[in-house]
Design a protein around this ligand. Structure first.
Ligand code: HEC
Ligand code: HEC
Length: 217
């Protein structure tokens, strides 16, 4: 699973995985049609890495991400402009320790596992991966930028990933039309994180190539 980020150049034709109809819908909204792992040319300085981290932070701290990257109460969050005030997920939803809701009401009851988007306002979003909270050790909600940064580079708290595997996670997400892919084209009047998914991938490549530097505080 290891790939040398300096040598690889990988093109994902998302259209092949998604089918022309979905890809067309995603493209019409400025979504990804194609993700490319652009290897950085030459050495990446720490300053460039820190600048890339600031852009990564603007994404990972966005409502579209933190609403699922929540703490040990196992309660997803409804936040972001389309929700008005920030509050716990309506309907008393609790994901349980399973993070997928099997103890109560499975997330997939409403959040269908489908690459076709659910674009109506206030409808339950779909994704190509079964809908669920992120594991509790990936909690970002309520944490500062430097805290999230140190957590993201710590294999004990990032799913045992090195830099290359973190980059690969974004690529795999696009292939599966999973949660990051959904977040950049969320539909239903929801706000997307800043930039495009390709920008986010480029920033992850730069940050990891620089050795994953984190701001002090
Ligand atoms: C009874 C139906 C239902 C179930 C079950 C359900 N959801 Fe939802 N969920 C919704 C609806 C509807 C919305 C969108 C609400 C809106 O846009 O006003 C939503 C939105 C969300 C959001 C916010 C997405 C965003 O806009 O950033 C998250 C996160 C979420 N659900 C997580 C979960 C998780 C995790 C589970 C399982 C533990 C779950 N949901 C179970 C109906 C459900
Ligand atoms: C529907 C809930 C959901 C949403 C929304 C979501 N994630 Fe996640 N995320 C998960 C789950 C589940 C995992 C664990 C899967 C894995 O490790 O392969 C995960 C794992 C991750 C990981 C790897 C673990 C880590 O913390 O290092 C990263 C990075 C990540 N998500 C980034 C994002 C970003 C960026 C966004 C927003 C653009 C986002 N996620 C939105 C559920 C979500």
């Amino acid at each position: 699973m290891k790939r040398d980020a300096n040598l690889s150049r990988l093109t994902i034709i998302a259209a092949a995985a998604l089918g022309a109809l979905v890809a067309g819908a995603a493209l019409a909204q400025g979504g990804h049609g194609e993700l490319v792992v652009n290897a950085p040319e030459g050495e990446v300085s720490e300053a460039e890495g820190l600048a890339a981290w600031e852009r990564v932070h603007a994404v990972v701290s966005h409502a579209r991400c933190v609403n699922c990257h929540v703490g040990e109460d196992n309660v997803p969050i409804w936040s972001g402009p389309s929700y008005g005030e920030t509050r716990p997920h309506g309907m008393n939803i609790n994901a349980g320790v399973s993070r997928i809701g099997i103890e109560y009401l499975p997330c997939s009851t409403c959040h269908a596992t489908a690459t076709t988007p659910n674009l109506d306002a206030h409808a339950a979003p779909h994704a190509g991966h079964p809908w669920m909270l992120a594991p509790v050790e990936f909690q970002w909600n309520g944490r500062t930028g430097p805290e999230i940064c140190r957590q993201l580079r710590d294999p004990a708290r990032n799913g045992e990933r090195d830099g290359a595997a973190l980059v690969e996670h974004v690529v795999h997400d696009a292939e599966a039309h999973a949660f990051i892919t959904w977040a950049f084209v969320p539909g239903g009047g929801r706000e997307a994180p800043p930039g495009t998914m390709q920008d986010h991938l480029d920033d992850m490549v730069i940050w990891t190539a620089a050795g994953m530097p984190c701001p002090d505080e």
